[in-house]
Write a protein that binds this ligand. Structure first.
Ligand code: LR7
Ligand code: MN
Length: 474
């Protein structure tokens, strides 16, 4: 009997102590005790230098060749280098790390990523995120040449490495990561990012409030040559042109004025690689089409699924993540070209498609203020401004713009304008020549420095002889 009383007394005492502790320390203390909150990260514990290793002689010679960004600049930078805090001022007080936010699994997929860049991505997550909100960081190695690129990172806190047995591409790799994720929310990042202070909380808070939102941060630029971190100050949202090329566009003024600087605003589409989504919503949407190879187009697919199934997409202005900007992908597309070049819509009235070529030069256009003069540039693969579609109506189109000659405006220069289907925009194939219908003159590259022109047709002139990648019945 006495023993029982003593037990009861002890239980009462413990309850009182716990109660007082709860009152004094608040909810997060208990969460930290009960869950995985105690994980902390000490950057001193990592031997960055030995993971990054030495530059190879060929990297030293040409530091941008392998990855499309300057490897020397990246290797010279500390993994913990400070980055600017580009958030609107109100954000700092608006989004405290609250234990009531859903937890997230961060998924980073990579294929042959530069070690210093991959490491900085992970370290930035570990030093700038409340780790109580990070269930785990799943690193999916998409069959990189060197398996230890990923494996050596397995010892970092929270990090779990999965390696594909063959190259799957970012789309299937992301799905693979999501299938084993334990967090309520999935947060995807490219393997060359740096997150900034307070980046995670606004993403999770927006999703908590809107469970069927797909939320992207503001994506800042890390210059691929200097590795300078360049914050994006203006509000922009995602968009696309008719050939399904992703573009950023400024919010209409009225939209900006109405925005509370801390509120996530709607966007038609996301850029693709950096976003948060509830795991159950991702699954309900059917994830991605697994037939998508490598990447490209998956951002539109997921965005459209989101809208069509009754959800939405948002950009959280209080969340900033830097992404290394490089001009071209450093890896090959085993099934031939990024999706944007071979998802090309079949057009029934097409007579020819592809490069309009002379030797190694291709007809190219500058995107910008119209009208612009068409140029002859070194041919490159997968550059949409060098891909032309020749239609039965006689027009030659790229990016929704037509090759045109308007003698009254720009003498005999060939310019790119919006299509108006006048004779100024009609062309006829005659053997190797391309004849302009209104003037009867031939496309000519003679004044190649200033731009393409039309001039009197002369079959002997090499500067009037053109090849087209794919011709049908021209
Ligand atoms: O075969 C591959 N396997 C991979 O795991 C090819 C790539 N990858 C990885 C790669 O290492 C990287 O982590 O997939 C990620 C994306 O590849 P990137 O960085 O080469 O693509 P990108 O940044 O040039 O392209 C953008 O558009 C793509 C559209 O299909 C993807 O959605 C990318 O994720 C996307 N990146 C972003 O949205 C980052 C912000 C861009 C801005 C501004
Ligand atoms: Mn990228």
């Amino acid at each position: 009997m006495r023993k029982r009383k003593r037990l009861l007394l002890a239980a009462l005492l413990i309850s009182i102590v716990l109660g007082v502790l709860y009152f004094v320390t608040g909810h997060s203390f208990w969460q930290s005790l009960l869950f995985e909150n105690q994980v902390t990260f000490d950057p001193q514990s990592v031997n960055f230098k030995s993971y990054i290793g030495e530059l190879s002689p060929s990297d030293r010679l040409n530091p941008s060749m392998r990855h499309g960004f300057n490897l020397i600049a990246s290797n010279d930078l500390s993994s913990t280098r400070p980055v600017p805090d580009a958030r609107p001022i109100l954000c700092k007080t608006f989004f405290p790390a609250s234990p009531s936010l859903p937890s997230t699994t961060i998924i980073v997929t990579f294929h042959n990523e530069a070690r210093s860049v991959l490491l900085r991505t992970l370290v930035s997550i570990l030093i700038r995120s409340p780790l109580s909100l990070v269930k785990e960081i799943i690193l999916v190695d998409d069959f990189s040449d060197n398996a230890s690129d990923g494996l050596e990172l397995d010892s970092l806190p929270k990090v779990k490495v999965i390696r594909n047995e063959k190259r799957e591409g970012a789309v299937r790799s992301r799905i693979r990561g999501s299938d084993v994720a334990k967090g309520d929310v999935l947060t995807f990042l490219d393997s060359h990012c740096e997150v900034t202070d307070g980046w995670l909380e606004p993403l999770l808070a927006t999703i908590k409030q809107n469970p069927t939102s797909i939320v992207s941060p503001v994506i800042d630029e890390i210059d691929g040559m200097s590795f300078e971190y360049i914050p994006r100050m203006e509000f922009v949202r995602g968009g696309f042109d008719w050939s399904l090329h992703f573009k950023w566009e400024s919010l209409p003024n009225s939209g900006v004025a109405k925005q509370d600087a801390t509120d996530a605003f709607l966007t038609p589409v996301i850029s693709g690689g950096i976003f948060s989504i509830r795991k159950d919503w991702f699954r309900k949407l059917g994830k991605y089409d697994v037939q998508l190879s490598v990447l490209g187009g998956e951002n539109f697919e997921l965005s459209f699924r989101g809208w069509m199934c009754g959800g939405d997409l948002r950009i959280a202005p209080c969340s900033h993540v830097g992404h290394v900007h490089r001009r071209q992908p450093p890896y090959i597309f085993p099934e031939g070209g990024p999706a944007s070049t071979y998802l090309k819509l079949p057009i029934s009235d097409e007579l020819g498609y592809g490069h309009i070529q002379q030797g190694s030069g291709c007809v190219d256009l500058d995107v910008g203020q119209l009208p612009v003069i068409a140029k002859l540039r070194q041919c490159v693969q997968n550059k949409d401004t060098q891909d032309w579609s020749w239609r039965r109506k006689g027009i030659i189109v790229s990016n929704g713009m037509c090759l045109s000659v308007s003698p009254s405006e720009t003498q005999l220069y060939v310019i790119i304008k919006f299509c108006d289907f006048t004779d100024n925009q009609r062309w006829i194939r005659q053997e190797k020549q391309i004849v302009h219908e209104a003037t009867g003159k031939c496309l000519d590259s003679r004044k190649v420095k200033t731009g393409l022109q039309v001039s009197d047709c002369d079959e002997q002139q090499d500067s009037q002889k053109w090849d087209i990648t794919m011709e049908t019945t021209i």
